[in-house]
Design a protein around this ligand. Structure first.
Ligand code: C2E
Ligand code: MG
Ligand code: MG
Ligand code: MG
Length: 288
């Protein structure tokens, strides 16, 4: 409809603008070069996954991890995903990059399990472009190849995925759920999902966007939204997790209002495999 067409046009305009704003001042000065360098980054194995703990609000234990991509560029150093994922999405490169992410995260989680470390689900972010009918088969293949049981994989989708082509999306999400993995809705509160959509989508958890968490203490509206999302999630029988928790005040608010899980710098930044492995080892020795 007209609304969604306008929304798409706006989004595209914004992405183009961001592309120029972000890349004008670097040596990568046109889209073709950007495309070539991202393609090479994939071939040369320059992407890395960092892992950030998800923590139980009840007892502070690690109950999951989120895999977050970085580009370790020889020329530019560590490049954050916000600087190349939007471009990769536009250029169609997000599909091969996303496949690499899924394979790497599943293999890494299996390696942690084989090392006898705490078993946790690892969450992978999905771009809307990846969510097509072929995804369930691909995910099944990756799980088989990595010998990871589906219960240890979680997929994070954004709210707006849910809006376009709802019928197809529901079918794809159902097929993914049938594999036995978990699905959560990322950046919840920033998009367009309606209550009726949420009810129809086979998801397990809502992740409250960090912009609301950031303003909990100084903005009554944000505090009210956070409370409302927690209630909504529980009414729909979903877990609720808050992202971007940076201090004790935010943590207390979330705990007092019944949030289930938290994630943020206060509990651990996204870290390298080596650092996350240490964190899992510490967690295990403190449990014993
Ligand atoms: P996201 O999935 O919502 O991830 C949360 C972002 O918040 C991450 O940024 C994380 O590092 C950051 N964060 C975590 N705790 C805190 C905190 O306490 N305070 C603040 N201010 N930030 C915090 P990052 O790693 O830069 O990733 C940004 C976005 O890029 C992600 O947002 C996700 O949408 C996208 N992304 C990351 N990795 C992938 C990937 O493998 N595939 C796809 N398609 N997108 C990815
Ligand atoms: Mg995420
Ligand atoms: Mg998020
Ligand atoms: Mg985000």
């Amino acid at each position: 409809n007209a609304d969604s067409a306008m929304y798409k046009a706006k989004e595209r305009g914004r992405n183009n603008f961001q592309f120029f704003a972000r890349w004008m001042d670097t040596q990568v000065s046109n889209r073709l070069e950007m495309l070539v360098s991202l393609r090479q980054a994939l071939d040369k194995d320059e992407f890395k996954l960092f892992y950030q703990p998800k923590v139980s609000i009840a007892d502070g234990s690690i109950i999951g991890a989120e895999a977050l991509i970085r580009w370790q560029s020889p020329e530019q150093g560590m490049v954050a995903p916000d600087r190349f994922i939007p471009f990769a999405e536009e250029a169609g490169l997000i599909v091969p990059i996303g496949e690499w992410v899924l394979r790497t995260a599943c293999a890494q989680n299996k390696a942690w399990q084989e090392a006898g470390l705490l078993q946790i689900p690892v969450a992978v972010n999905l771009s809307p472009r990846q969510l097509d009918q072929s995804l369930p088969d691909f995910v099944r293949k990756v799980l088989t190849e990595s010998a990871l049981s589906a219960q240890w994989l979680e997929l994070e989708i954004t709210e707006n995925v849910v809006m376009k082509d709802a019928e197809k999306t529901v079918a794809t999400l159902n097929a993914l759920k049938q594999l036995g993995l978990k699905i959560s809705v990322d950046d919840f509160g920033t998009g367009y999902s309606s209550l009726s959509y949420l009810r129809r989508f086979p998801v397990d958890a809502l992740k409250i966007d960090k912009s609301f968490v950031r303003d909990i203490a100084r903005d009554a509206d944000s505090a009210a939204i956070v409370k409302a999302v927690i209630s909504l999630a529980h009414i729909l029988n979903l877990r609720v997790i808050a992202e971007g928790v940076e201090d004790h005040e935010q943590y207390n608010f979330l705990r007092q209002n019944g949030c289930d899980e938290v994630q943020g710098y206060y509990f651990g930044k996204p870290m390298s495999v080596a650092d996350f492995t240490l964190r899992l080892q510490q967690e295990q020795s403190s449990e014993e």
